[in-house]
Ligand binder design. Structure first.
Ligand code: PEP
Ligand code: MN
Length: 355
């Protein structure tokens, strides 16, 4: 449930509400909005619901106690009508600008990484990507350079001044990956690895949560809720294609997920047309599509010589193709920003009580 404080409620009143929630063994999460504060009550409320609602309603400073219409709370627009804006180093995600995460699928060597980042960082990328721990379908495929790869990524950050994002596959890797990375990526295969979600939720660095290739929008948002409930509100949602009956593409990019998520959640949404399509020539059109439907950014794989890539060469962009995509999505972004204003405004309208 949400406890809506009256406009101008004092700190003591807010603390009074939080104290009552804590005394019940539940956790209060506060969103101090522009005109009023809302406190979400998180935890297993069970049969206490009605009694707790009555007590909270009678507490000083409280205007209303409302039920939450969705199973997820902290990541919902109902709780947090304003967009979440995530700052990493000098880059901002979710503020209306276009984030471009680019780099190789796998970090293969220092030279390969540097060659790639030297290009993308000077041609429009805002965040460097690169896998050090790789989730591969076959145990015999290249598994990534591990910690050595993380070190090269850290050097790439030094070199470019840009934040780096890399995947963490397992709870045992969270601390080491967080030591090097600016943004932790949770891959599609781990969207419902709840212990990993919680471990990333306890880390003070932004997390990008990829959609499970069989994950529904609700399951994906519940997965994000795990991260938020563990104390980390800085989550980026990444639509990377889902598995459908179609086999002509690697996955099917669910473009409707972008406006849907913008409606349901305050978190930024990016699309990954590389893993969605599996084909480099399809990356630009789908990146255009993602930006056109309002994505806050794109993630793409780039390789200096894709034919030599140790993973995902077929979908990796050459430098030339990266530049062409950048020109296209920059133009599209300039056009659509204002067009999406209404959608976002209606999505941010405070929800009605009840439900
Ligand atoms: C990746 O981005 O490197 C990756 C493995 O993506 P996904 O989890 O979407 O397959
Ligand atoms: Mn890849």
């Amino acid at each position: 449930m949400f406890v809506v404080m009256r406009t101008g409620a004092s700190e003591a009143e807010v603390n009074g509400v939080k104290g009552l929630i804590l005394a019940e063994g539940l956790t209060p999460f506060e969103n101090a909005g522009e005109d009023r504060t809302v406190i979400a009550v998180v935890g297993e409320i069970g049969k206490r619901r009605e009694q707790l609602r009555v007590r909270l309603e009678a507490t000083a400073g409280v205007t209303a106690v409302t039920a939450i219409s969705k199973a997820y709370k902290l990541v919902s627009r109902e709780f947090h009508p304003e967009n979440t804006v995530i700052r990493v180093l000098d880059t901002v995600v979710g503020d209306g600008s276009l984030s471009v995460m680019a780099g190789p699928c796998s970090v293969e060597s220092r030279d390969q990484l540097f060659e790639t980042v030297d290009h993308v960082s000077t041609h429009g990328a805002t965040i460097i990507r690169g896998g050090a721990f790789k989730p591969r379908t076959s145990p015999y495929s290249f598994q990534g350079l591990g910690v050595e790869g993380l070190r090269y990524l850290a050097e790439a950050r030094q070199r470019t001044g840009m934040p780096i994002i890399t995947e963490v596959m397992d709870t045992s890797q969270v601390d080491i990956v967080a030591q090097y990375a600016d943004i932790l990526q949770i891959g599609t295969r781990n969207m419902q690895n709840f212990s990993l979600l919680l471990a990333c939720g306890r880390i003070g660095k932004p997390v990008m949560l990829k959609r499970g290739f069989s994950g529904t929008i609700d399951e994906w948002l519940m997965a994000a809720e795990y991260i938020a409930s563990a104390g980390n509100p800085n989550i980026i949602m990444c639509e990377r294609g889902i598995r459908t009956f179609e086999t002509a593409t690697r996955n099917t990019l669910d473009l409707s997920a972008v406006p849907l998520l913008h409606h349901l959640t305050h978190l930024p949404v990016v699309v990954d047309p590389s893993h969605a399509t599996g084909k480099r020539w399809l990356v630009k059109p789908l990146a255009i599509g993602g930006v056109a439907v309002g994505a806050d950014g794109v993630m793409v794989e780039v390789h200096p010589r894709p034919e030599e890539a140790l993973s995902d060469g077929e979908q990796s962009l050459t430098f030339d193709l990266f530049d062409q995509m950048m020109t296209a999505i920059t133009a599209v972004h300039g056009h659509v920003r204002d067009l999406h204003g209404d959608l976002l405004a209606s999505a941010s309208a405070p929800a009605k009580a009840g439900g």
